[in-house]
Design a protein around this ligand. Structure first.
Ligand code: SF4
Ligand code: SF4
Length: 355
């Protein structure tokens, strides 16, 4: 499968050492520059754990108490949590290599120009980041030396990513989850050292009820999308970047993923995104999660985190196609589906308490 991923190397200088870091991004999302006072959408959809919340009637939900809605700024910028500081970067260390990617839910990734060379060092030269990198490197090295934790995770990752990329290179429509699950079950069955059980797919109504709010990032627009799904009724409300309501739709909660054709340009985007997932440091991220929650084999977490990335692509497609009454997914809609799925990927690996 042809993909359009770009790798850019930066030098990061910390208090104790200098090292190269590789930024991986699709060619259509390799920019990133968050300008103070311009967006602020991430502060409206997620607040760090243990930070105070305040009610916010306009969105009918609580938001971080430190967010200044009018100025689109954080009032406690210098005291904000590391989770806010590091957003939207996802990073890991594998075999001594630092791999970073931006989370594509952030509208500032919507750029074909190169990343501002000052942005990464500004964020990544913080003591929090250096400490995380050192820990991730230690977890990774410790895990590969512990056969009961590692259990051939690198071989599994290699097989999984090759098969998944091949699978999507032939995909021209939604839904795909049940077929993809069968393929993952098959891979696990052929890996005698992996003893993970692949759970059945949860009902779509249950998955829909877990969605609360996300940044609806398209190429030409961005805003917040709120979702309230209770039993058979779902309400979807879309706001623009100035929090003006653009669309409010009441629908019957879908009980299955609809059949959707994927346009050629949207397929390219999906394939690029699949390549990004497969080139991200999931091994390192899964290793950290296994080491910090409780010692357990890496393959199980790796499989569930990869599977959940794809579940969210399909849930995003179901939700957005239902909201917009679509039968065909175009490039801009696919961009929003990717942004939707990315929020879930990020939350799966966010563990500031592990610092
Ligand atoms: S969503 Fe991205 S661009 Fe917007 S404030 Fe957050 S980091 Fe900045
Ligand atoms: S602490 Fe600041 S940066 Fe973090 S969510 Fe709240 S307002 Fe945003």
């Amino acid at each position: 499968m042809q993909n359009r991923l770009a790798k850019t190397t930066f030098n990061i200088n910390t208090q104790f050492f200098t090292f190269p870091a590789n930024l991986i991004a699709p060619t259509w999302a390799k920019g990133y520059k968050c300008e103070a006072g311009k967006c602020g959408l991430c502060c409206l959809v997620a607040a760090p754990k243990d930070f105070p919340l305040r009610p916010f009637a306009q969105l009918d939900r609580p938001i971080c108490a430190h967010y200044d809605v009018k100025r689109k700024l954080c009032k406690k910028h210098t005291e904000r949590s590391p989770m806010c500081e590091i957003f939207p970067f996802l990073f890991g260390v594998e075999d001594g290599q630092v791999l970073i990617s931006t989370c594509l839910t952030c509208p500032a990734t919507n750029s074909e120009s190169n990343i501002d060379p000052k942005v990464l060092p500004e964020t990544l030269e913080s003591p929090y980041f250096s400490r995380q990198l050192t820990l991730m490197n230690d977890y990774y090295e410790h895990a590969i030396l512990s056969p009961h934790i590692w259990r051939g995770a690198d071989q599994l990752w290699h097989t999984l990513t090759n098969r998944i990329q091949d699978f999507f290179s032939h995909k021209t429509d939604f839904p795909f989850l049940s077929e993809l699950r069968d393929m993952i079950v098959d891979i696990v069955a052929g890996s005698p050292r992996i003893r993970a059980k692949i759970p059945p797919l949860p009902p779509i109504t249950e998955l829909m009820s877990r969605v609360k709010a996300y940044i609806a990032t398209r190429f030409e627009s961005s805003g917040i999308c709120l979702v309230k799904s209770v039993d058979s009724k779902t309400m979807i409300v879309l706001f623009d970047e100035n929090l003006k309501q653009k669309k409010a739709v009441k629908v019957k909660t879908p009980t299955k993923s609809p059949d959707l054709e994927i346009e050629k340009a949207a397929r390219k985007l999906l394939n690029d995104y699949v390549s990004l997932i497969c080139n991200r440091p999931f091994l390192s991220l899964a290793t950290r999660m296994c080491a910090t929650i409780k010692p357990r084999p890496v393959p199980g977490y790796l499989l569930s985190s990869v599977a959940s990335s794809f579940v969210h692509i399909e849930i995003g497609a179901t939700l957005i196609a239902t909201r917009d009454k679509l039968k065909v997914i175009d490039r801009d809609t696919m961009r929003e589906i990717i942004g939707f799925s990315e929020a879930a990927v990020l939350s799966r690996f966010r563990r500031p308490e592990a610092s």
